[in-house]
Design a protein around this ligand. Structure first.
Ligand code: HEC
Length: 102
């Protein structure tokens, strides 16, 4: 039973865990609300992506968002985030999706 629970926890993306990671690593630029208006955003060109914009999410797969986080965006302040495990990136993606939830 315990084993089953641990496996379930490991496989299911957890937006609440993603929120903690986001607060630590992403808020400065993307903002607590995900709208791209974090405190550091003023100085940035291009501006951080507005993750609350439904249009940005149209057709976006988890895989594409995972790559955006892992590889970053060359030539912008969006650096590659290589420190997260697959589970952590999954949690982050699940949390990012809540920004655009209707
Ligand atoms: C230093 C500022 C900064 C931090 C910190 C940052 N980002 Fe970004 N992010 C940006 C900028 C700027 C862009 C827009 C890049 C562009 O226009 O191509 C961006 C773009 C993105 C995109 C969209 C990429 C695409 O393909 O369109 C995603 C998703 C994203 N960031 C997620 C995150 C997550 C998750 C974190 C935290 C783990 C994070 N960012 C941390 C600045 C930042």
């Amino acid at each position: 039973m315990l084993t089953w629970m641990l496996v379930t926890v490991a496989l299911a993306a957890d937006p609440a865990a993603g929120k903690v990671l986001y607060a630590a690593s992403c808020t400065a630029c993307h903002g607590a609300a995900g709208n791209g208006k974090g405190p550091a955003a003023v100085a940035l060109k291009p501006k951080p992506t507005d993750l609350t914009a439904a249009a940005w999410w149209v057709g976006k797969t988890d895989e594409q968002v995972t790559v955006a986080i892992r590889a970053g965006r060359p030539g912008t302040s969006m650096a590659p985030f290589t420190e997260f495990s697959d589970a952590e990136v999954g949690d982050l993606v699940a949390y990012l999706r809540t920004f655009a939830a209707p």
